[in-house]
Design a protein around this ligand. Structure first.
Ligand SMILES: NC(=O)c1ccc[n+]([C@@H]2O[C@H](COP(=O)([O-])OP(=O)(O)OC[C@H]3O[C@@H](n4cnc5c(N)ncnc54)[C@H](OP(=O)(O)O)[C@@H]3O)[C@@H](O)[C@H]2O)c1
Length: 314
């Protein structure tokens, strides 16, 4: 049976993939948290600090997995995203920082080893690699590495993505936008946190308004399944086909959950231009995947008993 190695197997996307793995594949995981207690079907788990270059290269030299999927990432996932003038500016390379190594360097180590050893590499990226001034972004758009308003994490992730993109080995890059819907047992995503706050009557955070195309995580699992079979060398966007304003998210939750009222409407800072995030999708249709709109994703989540959250939020 063919096998794939998941780096960052305990991630939201990793856990969703491992809960319903593509037929005919087995998976081994690597990272610092073993997800098997959460029901992840792994043949093996390697306890590895993915910011440690020597440990990573040793692992890659010893695995016979023919596909490597990099889901590792470090950094905040704020909602709403801070305005450009409120974000830490991009800093230069900082190899002593483990987060820098995971976001900016690990993808390069993987790309080099995958090319050398003839393995297919899939790297998860996101619209964080842009500065939020020009979305929704196209698959051809390169990361905004020269922007002075790119976030620190975005700069590191953008460099990481670029190294995979420029490598000549067979590789795919998937960009996502604010992934939600994995129902991770230990790590609530931004939508779960918002749902919990609204359910407790708290006001949504004061926005800088944003335009977004949130990614329904089970759609990423479908795309990963298709990539395992076909192994194209391309960059894909996996995101809602509709651009939505952040101010409408609380209202959409209210409508799709059927619960009234969830909390006050999102306040907007007057006179502020929205941050323009989001991803345009095109290539993913060639894999026969049609990502859900945000409303459809919510409907799918609320179709289950628990709604978008685990039944006992932490
Ligand atoms: N804003 C956005 O659009 C956005 C937001 C989030 C994610 N994403 C994208 O989606 C992808 C997957 O995201 P996700 O939400 O599933 O990620 P996630 O839940 O935050 O998981 C990140 C993974 O990386 C692992 N990791 C981080 N540093 C590590 C280290 N030094 N050694 C070993 N493992 C380490 C984590 O392990 P632990 O479980 O031990 O922490 C976890 O398994 C990311 O690659 C990212 O590009 C985009």
């Amino acid at each position: 049976m063919p096998r794939a190695l998941l780096l960052g197997a305990s991630s939201q996307i990793g856990l969703d993939l491992l809960r319903r793995p593509p037929v005919g594949w087995s998976f081994e995981g690597a990272g610092r948290t073993d997800p098997r207690p959460w029901g992840a079907g792994l043949s093996r788990f390697h306890l590895v600090d993915l910011s440690d270059e020597r440990a990573v290269r040793t692992l890659l030299g010893s695995t016979d997995s023919e596909v490597w999927i990099n889901l590792a990432r470090q950094g905040e996932e704020p909602f709403p995203w801070p305005r450009a003038d409120a974000r830490a500016p991009p800093a230069g390379p900082n190899p002593t920082d483990p987060a820098w190594r995971v976001n900016a360097e690990l993808p390069g180590w993987l790309a080099q080893e995958a090319k050398r050893r003839g393995r297919y590499l899939v790297h998860l990226s996101s619209d964080e690699v842009f500065d939020g001034s020009g979305g929704p972004y196209a698959e051809e758009d390169p990361p905004d590495l020269r922007s002075t308003t790119l976030s620190r994490v975005g700069y590191a992730r953008g460099l990481g993505e670029s190294q995979v993109y420029e490598s000549e080995g067979p590789r795919a890059i998937l960009r996502v936008c604010r992934p939600y819907g994995a129902r991770h047992p230990a790590r609530p995503d931004w939508l779960e946190r918002l749902w919990r706050d609204l359910s407790e009557g708290q006001a949504p955070p004061l926005s800088p308004p944003e335009l977004l195309t949130p990614t329904y995580v089970p759609d990423v699992t479908l795309v990963l399944g298709a990539l395992l079979e076909r192994r194209p060398s391309r960059l894909y966007h996996v995101a809602s086909p509709e651009l939505i304003p952040s101010a409408g998210i609380a209202r959409a939750l209210q409508v799709e959950s059927g619960r009234e009222p969830l909390g006050p409407a999102a306040p907007l800072e007057p006179g502020i231009e929205p941050m323009r995030w989001g991803l345009r999708i095109r290539e993913v249709h060639k894999l026969d995947v049609r990502p859900l709109s945000f409303r459809e994703g919510l409907r799918s989540l609320f179709g289950g008993a628990a709604g978008p959250v685990r039944s006992t939020p932490r």
